[in-house]
Design a protein around this ligand. Structure first.
Ligand SMILES: Cc1cc2nc3c(=O)[nH]c(=O)nc-3n(C[C@H](O)[C@H](O)[C@H](O)COP(=O)(O)OP(=O)(O)OC[C@H]3O[C@@H](n4cnc5c(N)ncnc54)[C@H](O)[C@@H]3O)c2cc1C
Length: 398
């Protein structure tokens, strides 16, 4: 049997093609700081929170200290970060705990992103600094019990102009952080002109209620809410001034879909690291199972999936920096990376045999969590149709 001299640290860590080498020294220092935080404060409690179905809300002040929430254009004094650093940080969060990455992403990406992209300067100043400091936690309410993939044309939640303000009626399903959020960006259809508008609904408003969705088998460490809006009154100042049609909502989703591609890659990395670590320890027939060709083939397939996804994500970051990323490119990245993730976590689970379905062995959580990543922010089918439309010029949605 060959010695460990040929062991490649990049292959062990799930960074075989040295993607992290693309970060400069200052960025690398940020990544290492976040790694320490994840190892010390997220990893030790991830299984427990997952089992209890609780979100890591207690970590909010610590996350704020990391300086990775918010952007310089939020007028918060936060240091600039490259799209590549943002992506690699998201990947690493997910490689430790996809629930934590989602809890962070809903607040920092979907909720703050909606205000950043669609809010006026006054609105950005009003909400984003406190959100950067995690003094206010945000949620994003687009999906409804009866309308998921079809939200672009089918939202049933309504907004009705009433004097100086608006009245919102409807229900939202699956809203991450919605049970404890201080504010929820709610997307609703204006009954007057049929266009989709965005509203910031703040906690405690009359007619607004949120209940936890029970019985989830995926991403249990992030709470999802069922929201009811029963004649909720919001002021005109809480209507996002730049959200005038679903095209504006789609601008937010383009960025966050790209984030899910990175996150899915991280989920695959987490499962791979645990499976590789297990394979070199676990013995059968008097040898580590890692010495069997069929097990090595699974590990190689996982590494190939991860590396291909990372390469696509890195190029996506470059296009983002250049202001050239299209909806269809983000959709393809989300579709491709989540599909490769799904195969990877299944192979990882297989490498562990029965232990693959026990939380304590480090793969089961990724295996289960992958299912939610595969479906949220547009199912594989929706992202395939967005990509197919770019490739053919023909919309095949309905
Ligand atoms: C854990 C989790 C967290 C989430 N967090 C949030 C959140 O914070 N905020 C929020 O707004 N939403 C959130 N979502 C909702 C998520 O975005 C939706 O689940 C997703 O968009 C799919 O909608 P749906 O579940 O209603 O499925 P449906 O739209 O009912 O789709 C069911 C199936 O039909 C397929 N299908 C539908 N239409 C077509 C078509 N035209 N052609 C081919 N196939 C089609 C779909 O691909 C899918 O396979 C979350 C979901 C999950 C699971």
């Amino acid at each position: 049997m060959s010695s460990h001299k040929s062991l490649d640290p990049g292959a062990v860590a799930g960074d075989f093609f040295h993607v992290e080498d693309l970060l400069d020294d200052a960025e690398n220092a940020v990544l290492q700081r976040i790694r320490t935080f994840l190892a010390e404060e997220v990893a030790p409690h991830a299984d427990e929170l997952w089992e209890k179905g609780e979100s890591p809300v207690h970590l909010a002040p610590r996350i704020a200290e990391l300086g990775i929430t918010g952007l310089p254009e939020d007028e918060t004094g936060t240091a600039a970060r490259s799209a590549l650093l943002n992506g690699i940080v998201g990947m690493e969060m997910s490689a430790v705990d996809p629930s934590f990455a989602t809890f962070f992403g809903v607040h920092s990406g979907l909720s703050m992103g909606s205000i950043r992209v669609c809010g006026s300067q006054e609105q950005r100043r009003r909400w984003l600094p406190a959100m950067t400091r995690w003094e206010k936690v945000g949620a994003f309410g687009l999906t409804e019990p009866l309308v998921g993939s079809g939200t672009a044309g089918g939202l049933t939640t309504t907004a009705r102009r009433d004097g100086e303000g608006w009245v919102l009626d409807g229900e939202k399903k699956w809203i991450g952080n919605g049970t404890f959020a201080d504010l929820v960006v709610v997307w609703a259809r204006d009954v007057a002109d049929d266009s989709v508008k965005g509203f910031v609904v703040e906690k405690g408003q009359a007619g607004f209620s949120a209940s936890v969705l029970e019985g989830k088998i995926s991403l249990r460490g992030v709470q999802n809410a069922h929201l009811v809006l029963d004649g909720v009154r919001v002021e005109e100042g809480n209507r996002l001034q730049g959200a005038n049609s679903f095209r504006d909502t789609a601008q937010v989703l383009k960025v966050t879909r790209g984030g899910v591609a990175w996150s899915a890659t991280g989920c695959a990395v987490g499962a791979y690291r645990a499976a590789r670590g297990y394979a070199v320890q676990r013995e059968q027939f008097g040898k580590p199972i890692a010495s069997f060709q069929l097990v090595q083939d699974k590990l190689s397939t996982m590494l190939g999936n991860i590396t291909a996804a990372q390469a696509m994500c890195v190029r996506m970051a470059q296009l983002t920096e250049a202001g050239r990323l299209t909806d269809a490119q983000a959709a393809l990245a989300k579709m491709f990376c989540t599909s490769r993730m799904r195969e990877t976590v299944a192979l990882a689970r297989e490498v562990l045999g029965g232990n693959g379905i026990l939380l304590e062995h480090g793969v089961a959580r990724f295996f289960a969590d992958a299912e939610a990543l595969y479906s949220y922010e547009g199912t594989r089918d929706m992202n395939s149709l967005i990509t197919g439309r770019a490739a053919t010029g023909i919309s095949a949605f309905v």
